[in-house]
Design a protein around this ligand. Structure first.
Ligand SMILES: *[C@@H]1O[C@H](CO)[C@@H](O)[C@H](O)[C@H]1NC(C)=O
Ligand SMILES: *[C@@H]1O[C@H](CO)[C@@H](O)[C@H](O)[C@H]1NC(C)=O
Length: 490
């Protein structure tokens, strides 16, 4: 194969420090310089594929986590990526989807710079999660909207959301982090809980609950339905979207709400819900997590002051994080013109730590009516990687604002992962879309009789009008001073 000079340079730069190029965007933040070197990789996972249970591989980019990553001298990267769907096909109604993650292996050819796809993903296997219940034993979870609540077997002092038809625990997973001590952390939107899952078995061995301020209350009682705005607590479908693990200092787990709690807004209206809470749990013992930090993140707003809610969080160093904030336009929506999808930077340096304060009680909002209490300094927020930059998208024949076809960027970019490149401050930033299982040729299982899951076909109405939604996988190259990567295997 003949390599062009540009391709050769791209390949070489993957294994060594690369000089700044003209299109690079440098961003000073907290005394350091962060650089966006642009879109370098693109690939997709077809909406026609099914997992080992015969169910459509969709919703993949609700959360991702890199298991391993390595590069060779020619600039080819190979990796193993876990992708965790949310609550199954639910564009009409919620369904009895069992929470799970999938393992994909992948390659990224840095020497190929588009327009052909240079990221290839291969499905390997699936792990279903299970949770023990005092009354019903060990069971799978469900994506169905919760109609009640119950204490789990090992922690009788907390409540988990339960769906009536089969009494399974309702999971709407949105965040995923790998703990090399043998656990996964899975964050959820219904309870806004974090589930500690044993890697070997997929069993939930502990549940990390947020402070009382986050638990949705209706008429003074915990009520986890996603169909009603509660009186206080997490807003419906605006739970713990972001989750990331700092493996240094014995383990700190960070979770970011998608937007403000109901009491920190006016009934969670888009114009008043920008002040989202960021929680830090000490997980030096993953079975006994303790809340040790809590900050307020000022999410970006549109010109009309509507909040760009957050879909993901990723650790850079002990104080600095990437936050994925976005609008909802693109493939999957009825407007194709996306104006804001970004991986931005936040820093907790100088921000007020409100962990354990009065704000952890539902009656004490930290931002009543959407106005932040004057005694609280929020985290610093800095715009960084523009994921809908037209020139960058065009490198791989992609677009925003145009026709509803395979070239249109997905509406829901919801996940981030980082792979550090050897001998440099640079990293590859993976961004994957959540397809919402939008396909005309879908398959999903539901429990028919106790323990018996039966796969049935479905056709999504959006797909019938606009076409199937593949999962889109983007790789950006960024300079992140201070980023190290203890959690990814070589
Ligand atoms: C829960 O799983 C057990 C087997 O582990 C099964 O016997 C029981 O019927 C299940 N219960 C429900 C409600 O599905
Ligand atoms: C939860 O709230 C909804 C909406 O107000 C209500 O219909 C439902 O009965 C409540 N569930 C419980 C278990 O109280």
């Amino acid at each position: 194969m003949q390599l062009t000079a540009a391709a050769l340079l791209a390949a070489l730069s993957l294994v060594s420090a690369s000089p700044l190029a003209k299109r690079d965007v440098s961003v000073p933040f907290q005394g350091k310089t962060f650089v966006n070197k642009g879109l370098v990789g693109f690939g997709r996972v077809s909406s026609e594929l099914r997992d080992s249970f015969g169910e459509t591989l969709g919703g993949l980019g609700s959360a991702i986590a890199l298991e391993s990553f390595s590069t060779d001298a020619a600039g080819k990267a190979t990796f193993s990526l876990l992708m965790q769907p949310d609550r199954g096909h639910n564009t009409q109604v919620t369904t009895d989807y069992r929470a799970r993650h999938h393992r994909f292996t992948g390659t990224f050819d840095a020497a190929a710079t588009g327009p052909a796809e240079n990221v290839a993903l291969t499905y390997k296997n699936t792990q279903l999660y299970r949770i023990a219940d005092p009354k019903f034993g060990l069971n799978f979870t469900t994506g169905l909207d919760p109609t009640g609540s119950r204490a789990p077997l090992l922690q009788r002092n907390i409540l988990l959301p339960i769906a009536a038809p089969n009494n399974h625990v309702s999971f709407d997973p949105e965040g995923l982090a790998i703990d090399r001590r043998g656990f996964y952390y899975v964050s959820d939107e219904y309870g806004a809980n974090v589930y500690v899952v044993e890697q070997r078995t997929g069993l939930v061995v502990s549940t990390i609950t947020p402070p009382a301020a986050v638990i949705p209350l209706i008429g003074g009682k915990a009520n986890f339905t996603s169909e009603t705005v509660p009186d206080s607590g997490r807003a419906p479908n605006q739970g713990l979207e972001g989750l990331t693990l700092d493996q240094s200092k014995g383990g700190l787990l960070w979770g970011l709400m998608q937007s403000a709690l109901v009491q920190d807004s006016t009934k969670s209206s888009k114009e008043t819900n920008r002040y989202a809470r960021l929680f830090g749990w000490d997980v030096s013992n993953p079975l006994r997590a303790r809340l040790v930090h809590e900050y307020v993140v000022p999410l970006p707003q549109s010109k009309k002051l509507r909040t760009r809610a957050s879909s993901e969080l990723h650790i850079v160093d002990g104080n600095t994080f990437l936050v994925l904030a976005r609008d909802g336009n693109g493939f999957g929506d009825t407007s194709s013109d996306s104006s804001y999808k970004q991986a931005d930077l936040i820093s907790t340096v100088g921000a007020t730590d409100i962990a354990g304060s009065k704000y952890d009680q539902p009656q004490n909002p930290v931002a009543p009516g959407g106005v932040l209490d004057a005694s609280v300094t929020p985290t610093a927020y800095q715009s960084f990687v523009d994921l809908v930059n037209k020139k960058e998208l065009a490198k791989f024949g992609l677009q925003t604002g145009g026709a509803f076809d395979r070239t249109l960027i997905a509406s829901k970019l919801e996940s981030l992962a980082l792979a550090k490149l050897p001998n440099s401050d640079d990293a590859l930033l993976f961004v994957v879309s959540d397809s919402d299982f939008i396909t005309k040729n879908g398959f999903q299982a539901a429990e028919q009789k106790r323990g018996q899951y039966v796969v049935a076909p479905y056709s999504d109405p959006y797909a019938e009008q606009y076409g199937n939604a593949d999962t889109q996988v983007f790789i950006y190259r960024v300079t992140l001073p201070g980023y190290s990567q203890p959690s990814v295997k070589k």
